[in-house]
Design a protein around this ligand. Sequence first.
Ligand code: FAD
Length: 294
Amino acid sequence: MENFFAKPAPSYTFEIFPPKGNKSTEGTYAVIDSLVSFNPDLISVTYGAGGSSRDNTVEIASGIQNKYNVCGVAHLTCVGTTRENIREILNRLKSNGVRNILALRGDLKDKSDLGDFHHASELISFIKNEFGNDFDVFAACYPEKHPEAKSVEEDLIHLKEKCDLGVKGLISQLFFDNDIFCEWRERARAMGVTQPIIAGIMPITSASQIEKVVEMCGASVPERVRRFVNTYGHHQGAVKEAGIAYATEQIIDLLARDVEGIHLYTMNQADTVRRIDAGIRSVLYTKRYAVRSN
Ligand code: FAD
C-alpha cells in the first residue's frame, strides 16, 4: 500500500470534491483519470457539511486507493454527529483499505447542535483511541488564522494540541500571499509544530470565485490579484489564464522557500491542473531530487 509519509518532499497533492447525494460518480472518476496522470502523492476527497456527501467520500477515497493505487485521503468532519456514526465510517474506510484521514471539525452553522465532538482535536483523539495506528491522520491549519480564533497565537496553541495527539501532516487553508504563509510557518515552528505543513493553493478561475473564497475563509487578497481580477474578471478565459499564471508563480516561489508540500484545490478542474503542472513540473522535481546542473 502507498505510504505518503515515506515519499520524498516536497509533496504534490490534489483535493477534489465528490458528487452530492445520489448523483453519479462517473464524472468524478473522469476527473481522477486525468489527475492521476500528473503523478500526485495523494488525492484527498472533501466531505460535505453535515455529511451530505459522506457515502461518496468513502467510495471515491477507496476508489483512488484501490483502482489507481494512489493514496486516497478521506476528509472527515465531526460537527453535529455522534461517536457511533464516526466509528461506522472509520470502519468502512478501514475495510476498504483507506489509511489516510483529514480530521476536521466542519463549519458551525448552529452552535446548539455540536453533537458528540466540539473540536477536531476530539475527533483525532477518538481515532487514535479507537483505531490506534490504523490511520495516518492529517489536520487543517490556517496561515491567516481560523476565522473564529481571536488571534494567530490562540489558533496556533490549538494547532499544537492537534499535533500533540498524533497528527502526521498538516494541510493549510488556501492563501494568496506567500509572505504571510512563510511568516506564519516560522511562528508554528517556534511553537513546536514539527509536522510537514503542506501549502494549500487555489487557482482563481473566475471573478465570483474570489468573492466566495474570501467570504468563506477571510484570505488576504494582494493588490496584484485584485488588479487582474478587476481587469480580466469579465472574461472567463482571461481571468482563468491570469489565475493559473498567478498560482504557478506562487508555487514556484513556495518551492524556492522550502515548502514541504503543495496541495492544489483543484475544484475538479483537470484542465487547470494540467496547465499548472506544466509550469511547475521541472521546478518540483529539481527541488525533490536536488538535481543540479553546472
Ligand atoms: P478545529 O481544529 O476544531 O478549529 C476550529 C476553531 O476552534 C479554531 O478557531 C481553533 O482555534 C478553535 N479550537 C480548536 N480547538 C479548541 C479548543 N480545544 N478550545 C477552544 N477552541 C479551540 N469542511 C468541510 O465541511 N468539509 C471538508 O471536506 C473540509 N475540508 C477542509 C480541508 C482543509 C485543508 C481545510 C483547511 C479546511 C477544510 N474544511 C472542510 C473546513 C473546516 O471544516 C472548517 O475550517 C472548520 O470551521 C474548522 O475545522 P478544523 O478542523 O480546523 O477545526
